[in-house]
Design a protein around this ligand. Structure first.
Ligand SMILES: Cc1ncc(COP(=O)(O)O)c(C=O)c1O
Length: 411
């Protein structure tokens, strides 16, 4: 059978992060690995009430096939919600997706042919890389800086590619509390990226799952809002991190010609997003006290971040040479270990000590791998687990370094 598989699938071994997570079934493992929002902040009351009501009052409709682009009520609710964030769009600029990952899949399908180049940060979201890998994409990636993308480096890279007849198809960024690094892009960089997009005629993909989850500092305008509907930006959003991931509802926004094509692709790949789940999202936007909900989530997550950073200070003294980002929001931070540490090897050592993380390797575009970094999710474990987990992590690193030293001495 294998010989009949599509060429791209023959070697494909699946989404690396997903595979890593399979190793973490043991309940004794303290996991900083998944990208899980905490179920403590899911609005269960609203979800239960809306689902029960819909199933009781209108089961035939709610369980039926529904519109491909999505429920009009939800799209209108999102349009109103985005207006508060400076984004002014119409119904033909939005399509409901079955999660952010689906939104990324649509992008890949619409824009990419095998070997097409994507401009990206290094590291970037592993799920996006996995999705674009299915289209056999290649990358021109630049190391992310403290204030976001290395725009100058990207521009130089694009010029070089264009001179070789390989104009990139789009630039992919996560400007707010990036998954995996937690880094937020400055206003200057957002504007510079937009100018870059205009200068070269290369669309900018703004993936934005974490925007509401800011714990400190001032909000920075989204790139979509800065573009003022000039058609240079496509926004990818999801309800996964602001409501809950189990509903699998998200939305893409952008120029109408792009949205129209997205809906054709959606019609051919998953058809429609479950109406019941969309109705829950509509109720969330229309009926729920969003300010109270987000404030509760922000307080909850920022405390976890605080505990995590405190535990890092305690367990990783300066002389260990370990560095980590200090995000202003989101669910992740990024740890850079000394060069001699391979975090994939460390991952298996850490499992023995019952602690887990995502080896940074899965967050690097093809051709740009680096082996001494890791992604940490701080939002899911409890306070006690954070304290104990970071202690275990520090122990594992020390043990690994001692073993490496011994091996070098005996060589
Ligand atoms: C940057 C980014 N984009 C997209 C997604 C996918 O979101 P969803 O769970 O809705 O598929 C995630 C999830 O972790 C993410 O971090």
């Amino acid at each position: 059978m294998k010989s009949l598989f599509a060429t791209i699938m023959k070697e494909y071994e699946g989404y690396q992060t997903g595979k890593m997570l399979c190793y973490i079934q043991d309940p004794e493992i303290i996991s900083f690995a998944g990208g899980l929002p905490s179920s403590d902040v899911f609005p269960l009351d609203l979800i239960q009430k809306t689902a029960q009501k819909a199933l009781k009052e209108d089961p035939a409709q709610v369980l039926q096939y529904s519109s491909i682009p999505g429920e009009k009520e939800l799209m209108e609710a999102i349009i109103d919600y985005l207006r508060k964030d400076g984004i002014h769009i119409k119904l033909d600029n939005i399509m409901i997706t079955t999660s952010g990952q689906h939104g990324l899949d649509l992008l890949g399908r619409l824009f990419l042919e095998p070997k097409d180049v994507i401009v990206a940060d290094c590291p970037t979201f592993g799920g996006a890389l996995a999705s674009f890998e299915l289209e056999d994409a290649e990358y021109m990636a630049k190391d992310i800086e403290e204030d976001g993308s290395d725009v100058k480096g990207m521009e130089a890279g694009i010029e070089d590619l264009i001179s070789r007849g390989r104009k990139p198809k789009f630039t992919y960024v996560v400007p707010d509390f990036q998954n995996p690094s937690g880094i937020t892009m400055s206003l200057e960089k957002r504007l510079a990226l937009l100018s870059m997009s205009k200068k070269f005629g290369i669309p900018l993909i703004e993936d934005s799952p974490y925007r509401e989850l800011r714990y400190k500092g001032e909000n920075i305008p989204s790139i979509y809002s800065l573009d003022k509907n000039q058609g240079n930006v496509i926004g990818v959003y999801t309800f996964s991190k602001i409501l809950c991931p189990g509903l699998r509802v998200g939305f893409n926004i952008g120029p109408s010609e792009v949205i129209r094509k997205f809906s054709f692709i959606k019609g051919a790949n998953i058809l429609n997003t479950p109406k019941l789940n969309q109705d829950i999202c509509t109720a969330f936007l229309r009926e729920y006290d969003l300010d109270a909900h987000f404030n509760r989530a922000r307080k909850y997550y920022s405390e976890k971040l605080h505990f995590f950073l405190e535990a890092m200070e305690e367990n990783f003294p300066d002389d260990m040479g370990v560095k980590w980002t200090k995000p202003e929001g989101g669910l992740f931070l990024w740890i850079t270990m000394p060069e001699q540490i391979n975090t994939l090897e460390l991952f298996y050592e850490a499992l023995k000590e019952k602690v887990a993380f995502v080896p940074g390797e899965v967050c690097y575009p093809k051709g740009y791998f680096r082996y001494n970094t890791m992604r940490i999710n701080f939002s899911y474990p409890t306070r006690d687990e954070i304290v104990e987990g970071v202690k275990r992590l520090s122990f594992v690193v020390k043990k690994y370094l001692t073993k490496k030293k011994k091996n070098t001495l005996t060589k």
